[in-house]
Design a protein around this ligand. Sequence first.
Ligand SMILES: Nc1ncnc2c1ncn2[C@@H]1O[C@H](COP(=O)(O)OP(=O)(O)OP(=O)(O)O)[C@@H](O)[C@H]1O
Ligand SMILES: [Mg+2]
Length: 237
Amino acid sequence: MSGGIALRLEALSKEYRVAGNSVRAVDGIDLDIEAGSSVAIVGPSGCGKSTLLGLLGGLERPTEGRVWFGEVELSALGEAKRAALRRSSIGFVFQSYDLLSFLTAKENIEFQLALTGQASGNGRAQDLIERLGLDEHSEKLPDQLSGGQRQRVGIARALAHRPALILGDEPTGELDTESSVAAMDLLLEAQKALGATLVVVTHDADVAARFGRVVSLRDGRLAGDTRGELEGSEADA
Ligand SMILES: Nc1ncnc2c1ncn2[C@@H]1O[C@H](COP(=O)(O)OP(=O)(O)OP(=O)(O)O)[C@@H](O)[C@H]1O
Ligand SMILES: [Mg+2]
């Protein structure tokens, strides 16, 4: 996965219309994200971070401009094709983790594998459970887990199918410092092990500092783009 461009944004805009008013949540963004790199997206509340992430992951379509996922123009695909691509190639980690409440921790992870046609994934779910320290909790339902445990299940689920692209929206937003560091360790470790591209929205400067590149937004536009020392080595990992 290293070397090429994982995501290319061309003059990307997203406008929402609510009750006669329009908001340009993303306003003419051009950006290339290298395959195998790690990027943090930062900026004030309402500047368009979640909207941008939704466009990158094909959850939404832009009003103008394009999103390329490798050689595929994601923004030109209809909902069914975008859904298929999301299932096969993208792992999402959201703040709420949205686990399925009627499935156990392990079943939530297995469900993700089943969606991509990997029934038991040859022990993949069990392997992630062990690596994330969830052995004692694998048979529990989400509401029998603590917030941090739910989050680890959410991360395991996002990584289960070995996605080429991992997207996180405030994945550590509700955690204390120690759990947040541990969760970021996992995401960065998984990114390197999979050679995946990792793009995470965060409010937390300590979290952002661990990424190879930090992109800042303001009013839907690019306001900064800083590369750290890690970038070269991560792109080759
Ligand atoms: N579905 C929607 N319909 C209408 N307006 C929306 C919608 N989603 C977002 N917006 C508006 O678009 C702008 C950007 O929102 P977005 O959620 O992308 O910001 P954000 O940077 O993620 O903020 P936060 O840090 O608070 O999560 C805001 O003005 C928001 O009100
Ligand atoms: Mg947001």
